[in-house]
Design a binder for this molecule. Structure first.
Ligand code: MRU
Length: 349
């Protein structure tokens, strides 16, 4: 890990409550919100205070700790039955990132075996999920950076950095290590409409790290690839199916199509917590549809013709055939397919 890099933490457990950096206000305002109940955590996930697949899972795990504290105070004998409602509230926050359900399942395992005084044990589990995520990111950073054999520029989409994870980042972790190793000379970042995670968050993280970053409108990506110089597109994922299909921020799929056409390689970086072996292909991944207002307005101001409708899927699915490398903390699958995914996951704990 590079000490000058990766300073920000979006998720902090402090004095018996969860503090989330309000990512809706970045980069202008750096403010943490203090949350004391599972319902508040679910709302924060839905409202994009915290976002990014691993970060959503970690926040939800801490949400379970808050729920256990309240339910145990309510009923020492009945807390395990009562907490089911809180788990359901957290699970309903957002549908696509499987890390949310993965983290809740892990917390449920602890709930099932914990008869009394659950808070300390559940907090330890949430903190383990958090710490393991950072360690996985650092490992993936190494594995992904090793694939960057030719020095050049890379293109990324959305925000996959410290803000989207427990810390350090998935695709941005590879970019951090690739830059430190001298293999990346510049990062191009899609602005990522409509939430502008690229413009507001990725550019902010990279500027803080002193890594040269150039923003582009999402629609400019194919033209940029045509100019040459982009060696890799490097992105994260919200859910990866058993055949290697990848759901990620809307706009990822057209990057993959354009990358293949222009002979630019396409790398997906995600921990195994993002892999959902129960889903055969990307066709079965639930894709979140968000409110039309997110497209029809900008900064609260209307930008579209009154009465126009909007189609606003938050994610799309990139077929595995367009993925050159899938980097996980367990290893790399080149040109992933169902057999390689099964092998990768068979090695998983
Ligand atoms: O809607 P968001 O901001 O939660 O979407 C985030 C993404 O699509 C990221 O690329 C993905 O979660 C990977 S983050 C390490």
């Amino acid at each position: 890990m590079h000490p000058a890099h990766d300073q920000v933490r979006a998720i902090i457990w402090r004095e018996d409550a969860l503090e989330l950096l309000d990512q809706r206000q970045l980069p202008g305002i750096l403010a943490y919100r203090r949350l004391e109940s599972a319902a508040e955590v679910a709302q924060a996930i839905r409202d994009m205070v915290v976002r990014g697949a691993p970060a959503i899972g970690i926040a939800a795990a801490y949400g379970v700790v808050l729920a256990a504290r309240a339910r145990y105070a309510e009923s020492v004998d009945g807390w395990q039955a009562l907490i089911a409602a809180d788990l359901a509230t957290l699970a309903a926050a957002r549908p696509t990132a499987v890390n949310l359900f993965w983290a809740l399942r892990r917390m449920e395992g602890v709930i099932a075996e914990q008869r009394s005084h659950p808070v300390e044990r559940l907090l330890a589990e949430a903190q383990a999920i958090h710490a393991e995520d950072i360690a996985a990111n650092q490992r993936m950073g190494k594995l992904g950076a090793a694939l960057l054999t030719e020095r050049g520029a890379v293109l990324t989409h959305c925000n996959t950095g410290s803000l989207a994870t427990g810390g350090y980042g998935t695709a941005l972790g590879v970019i951090r290590q690739g830059y430190a190793a001298g293999r990346i000379e510049r990062v191009y970042a899609d602005e990522t409409r409509p939430w502008l995670q690229g413009a507001r968050l990725t550019a902010w993280e990279l500027v803080q790290d002193g890594i040269p970053v150039t923003l582009l409108a999402d629609a400019a990506a194919a033209a940029l690839m045509r100019q040459g110089g982009i060696r890799w597109v490097i992105v994260g994922a919200d859910r990866i199916a058993a055949n290697g299909d990848v759901a990620n921020k809307i706009g990822t799929y057209h990057l993959a199509v354009a990358a293949r056409y222009h002979r630019v390689r396409f790398m997906v970086v995600a921990p195994t917590a993002t892999i959902d072996m129960s889903i055969a292909s990307g066709a079965d991944i639930p894709i979140e549809q968000r409110a039309a207002e997110e497209l029809l307005t900008l900064g609260g101001q209307p930008v579209a013709a009154a009465d126009a409708q909007a189609w606003n899927p938050s994610f799309d699915v990139t077929p595995a055939t367009l993925v050159d490398a899938l980097v996980t903390e367990r290893g790399v699958a080149l040109a992933p397919d169902a057999a390689k995914m099964a092998r990768l996951m068979a090695g998983a704990a």
